[in-house]
Design a protein around this ligand. Structure first.
Ligand code: LRH
Ligand code: MN
Ligand code: MN
Length: 427
């Protein structure tokens, strides 16, 4: 299924007048504050968020899963779904694949399908946290860190194979998340587990093409509940430093202990030029994988504030980082949830763009604490939804993606085509 620009424009029609009024009011305010709406729109349009191939179906918990129907049954249909999102918001122009959940067996065909929908391939993800049916050795006690060199070899070879799939698709980035760790004190030597991980990563790094990036993702716990080998940003940073300049840290927002100051981590990683990318989601307790911006929108804004600062001070463009969503949708339609997540990211980015940085630097220098807060919250509390809608509209998208998605009865059509019982692979 595809959405034509005529269909989208027809849905925009009745919303146009109200949108134009709201955008005119906002433009006037922004101009008075010293910002050019057109320049902001150009920056917003540049930010493309990759959609994970593993999150296009309903997720679940270990207690149950409630499929919604019409879920994509194969990679082709997942690409089709990302195409639907991108047609609506013009900001989801990339897909991130998890191997072997989504193996692009006919890379040329998959590539051309994606290209026809305006999609690129972002990071390819390896998977050594599950055993596959045809796999000779088990990852029950780890993969790249395993005590047995034969298991490490198998996991290294898998990563090298994933690089090959990525090359065939035109990706430039390998993303590695390891579940490796231990469940009980004394089970493993921390030092040995780290050293095995490092030497395995070094072999994978050696197979990485020159124009590729290796993203190292950290997580404090789950599925191991005593210790995780790459538990925090410090460990991921250390590994990336030891590996070389192509290795960078991936920050998954859900992979922190409660109340961790993620924006400070982001600032430090940017300062050291080691930030590689993001897995966006939101959480109340742990790795909840909820809709981006649904629980802690101010934190999201503060993260973007550091990102914008870091990118501007290094004169780097937004596409120098890998922007991805990593969420799971247990009770909402996954496509609606993803539309909401992308919009939350765009909003936080736009809010960060309108922080008066000059005034903030002065207030910081004067230790004017109240004024610093005023400037930050002033940007955060500005309703920039008409600006994001205008960015979409000018790019040929929907003024209100969710509204249009429902009006065009996309889910109902997907169910009619794929069936009520179609269930996607992935989370
Ligand atoms: C682990 C994780 C990691 C995996 C994905 C499926 O919690 O965030 O990024 O690749 O979930
Ligand atoms: Mn993740
Ligand atoms: Mn996670």
């Amino acid at each position: 299924m595809r959405l034509s620009s005529d269909q989208i424009q027809a849905c925009n029609e009745p919303l146009l007048r109200r949108h134009q009024q709201a955008f005119a009011r906002l433009s006037e305010y922004l101009e008075a504050e010293g910002f050019q709406p057109d320049a902001l729109i150009a920056q917003i349009q540049q930010l493309q968020i990759a959609i994970p191939s593993w999150a296009l179906g309903t997720g679940g918990t270990r207690f149950g899963r409630f499929p919604i129907g019409g879920e994509p049954r194969n990679l082709e249909e997942k690409i089709e779904d990302v195409g639907l999102l991108h047609a609506l918001n013009r900001a989801s122009g990339a897909i991130s694949l998890h191997i072997p959940w989504d193996i692009p067996r006919d890379a040329a065909h998959i590539r051309s399908l994606a290209a026809a929908l305006g999609l690129k391939f972002d990071a390819v993800n390896s998977n050594t946290f599950q055993d596959q049916p045809d796999q000779p050795l088990s990852y029950k006690f780890g993969s790249l860190c395993h005590t047995d060199p034969a298991v490490r070899r198998q996991a290294i070879d898998h990563n090298i194979e994933v690089i090959q799939y990525g090359k065939d698709l035109g990706s430039h980035c390998l993303s590695i998340w390891l579940a490796d760790g231990s469940n009980f004190p004394g089970q493993r030597s921390f030092v040995q587990a780290f050293q095995h991980t490092l030497s395995s990563l070094q072999e994978i790094y050696a197979a990485l093409p020159d124009d590729w990036i290796m993203l190292v993702e950290y997580k404090p716990y789950e599925p191991n509940f005593y210790a995780t080998v790459i538990q925090d940003w410090g460990t991921a940073f250390l590994l990336s430093q030891k590996l070389g300049t192509k290795a960078r840290v991936l920050v998954d927002l859900g992979h922190h202990l409660p109340n961790t100051n993620i924006e400070q981590i982001v600032a430090t990683l940017m300062m050291e030029d080691r930030l590689g990318g993001f897995h966006f989601n939101d959480s109340k307790y742990g790795d909840d994988d909820l809709t981006v911006g649904s629980i802690k929108p101010y934190q999201l804004f503060l993260i973007f504030h550091e990102l914008v600062q870091g990118l501007q001070s290094r004169n780097r463009s937004v596409d120098s980082l890998a922007w991805m969503i990593d969420a799971s949708h247990n009770t909402k339609d996954p496509l609606e949830d993803l539309l909401q997540s992308v919009e939350a990211i765009q909003l936080a980015f736009a809010q960060a763009l309108i922080v008066n940085r000059k005034a903030l630097a002065e207030a910081q220098q004067q230790n004017d604490v109240a004024w610093c807060q005023e400037l930050m919250q002033g940007a955060f509390r500005t309703d920039l939804r008409p600006l994001i809608a205008e960015a979409r509209l000018q790019a040929g998208g929907a003024i209100s993606p969710l509204h249009t998605y429902r009006q065009l009865q996309v889910r109902q059509q997907l169910i009619a085509q794929r069936g009520k019982k179609a269930v996607a692979t992935g989370l």
